[in-house]
Design a protein around this ligand. Structure first.
Ligand code: PLP
Length: 387
């Protein structure tokens, strides 16, 4: 869980800096800064005028045209064609689905294997559902992929879920098909549901294309994948996602959800279907890529060695000091350079020693704020510069 004091301290320094008139560059939260493409808003408006969207969505797994669009989009992007009637479920954002999956699967004493560092939702919901968490470390020397040999067989035998997330938040790492193949075999061996969180599936640079777990032969026997419209179409506020994969897993998640929520506003689902069919996000990706290059190349030039992510919109940077923790360094960055970065230990103990900087900066049009961030970091003296 995110240690509350950590964010409280950053928020306090940020509030003080803003009050004193400081010009803050906030690389904290990852939330697309461009608006939702206007044709999607137009699609919402016209669907909202259709009376059939005003009533409960009584379908079992979601608005039919949306599930079909999701299944078609997945086949076009990644290859496998899943049955929209049985192998796809609509979600109120992928966070909702990832959280409820733990409630659907975890009973007292069950284990979920979760990445550390990782998106906190997997861990927190497993614990709230009465389960136990087994942390599997993501380390730079292993490309931030979990090492299956780190998981004792007694743990694997008690595990119900194995959460992974690629492209990864917070490390920006990507998976390989070989890794997915081994993971599928592991989950089959121990009868664990493999959960791949692909919220950033199509947010990728330099023409890179992410592999998916469902591309692996036989993966559907043990896997469910979560997708989101939030990041790819600048739709975080709309709350729309979907999961697809193993029909039993889809059904279990849907059964739990049907007791809790009554799905998203159908007009939003119809606008989502429109986005999945029509929206091309190439320009937005080019903008993130430009920012990534300005930030990462700039930091490397001033002596802070940072890796360029191929995908997602986070730069995961090793704290360039031996005398400061992640939280101390983030605090100094805020005080001296007026830049907000998230201390890595907010994502788990293995995140200590890192900070995360997002490429989604409201108000930046041409990357100049990222250049400015590099200039300020150089000037702060927090990084030993080459010059
Ligand atoms: C790794 C990861 N998964 C899932 C989500 C949730 O996205 P949404 O609920 O907007 O689909 C996020 C949001 O930041 C995320 O970083």
């Amino acid at each position: 869980m995110i240690p509350p004091y950590l964010f409280a301290e950053i928020s306090r320094i940020k509030a003080e800096a803003i009050a004193s008139g400081a010009d803050i560059i906030d690389l904290g939260i990852g939330d697309p800064d461009l608006p939702t493409p206007s044709p999607v808003i137009d699609a919402l408006t016209s669907s909202a005028h259709k009376p059939e969207t005003h009533r409960y969505d009584e379908t079992p797994r979601g608005w039919v045209s949306y599930l079909e669009a999701a299944s078609d989009w997945y086949a076009k992007e990644f290859g496998p064609k899943l049955d929209p009637a049985t192998e796809v479920v609509q979600l109120i954002g992928s966070k909702e689905g990832l959280a409820h999956l733990a409630w659907a699967y975890i009973d007292q004493g069950d284990i979920a294997i979760v990445p550390n560092p990782g998106y906190t939702v997997y861990r927190v919901n497993t614990l709230m559902a009465g389960g136990e968490v087994f942390d599997v470390a993501l380390r730079a020397e292993n490309g931030f992929l979990p090492q299956l040999s780190d998981i004792p067989s007694e743990v694997a035998k008690k595990a119900k879920l194995f959460y992974v997330c690629y492209p990864n938040n917070p490390t920006g790492a990507v998976a390989t098909s070989e890794f997915y193949r081994d993971l599928v075999a592991f989950c089959k061996q121990y009868d664990i549901l493999l959960v791949n969180d692909m919220a950033y599936a199509t947010v990728a640079y330099d023409g890179y294309k992410n592999p998916t777990v469902l591309q692996i032969e036989g993966a559907k026997d043990v896997s469910i994948e979560f997708h989101s419209l939030s990041k790819m179409f600048n739709m975080t506020g709309w709350r729309l996602g979907f999961a697809l994969g193993n029909a039993d897993a889809i059904n279990n998640l849907q059964r739990l959800k049907s007791n809790i929520d009554s799905k998203q506003f159908p007009a939003i689902a119809e606008a989502g279907a429109y986005a999945l069919k029509n929206v091309d996000n190439t320009e937005t990706l080019a903008m993130y890529q430009r920012r990534r290059d300005l930030l990462v190349d700039g930091l490397n030039e001033i002596g802070w060695e940072v890796t360029k992510p191929k995908s997602a919109f986070y730069v995961w940077a090793k704290v360039p000091r031996t005398d400061m923790s992640s939280a101390e360094f983030a605090g100094e960055l805020l005080k001296k350079a007026h830049i907000v970065a998230i201390p890595g230990n907010g994502y788990g103990t293995e995140g200590e020693g890192y900070v995360r900087m997002a490429l989604t900066l409201l108000g930046d049009t041409d990357g100049s704020r990222f250049k400015e961030a590099v200039r300020r970091i150089a000037e702060s003296g927090l990084v030993q510069t080459k010059r």
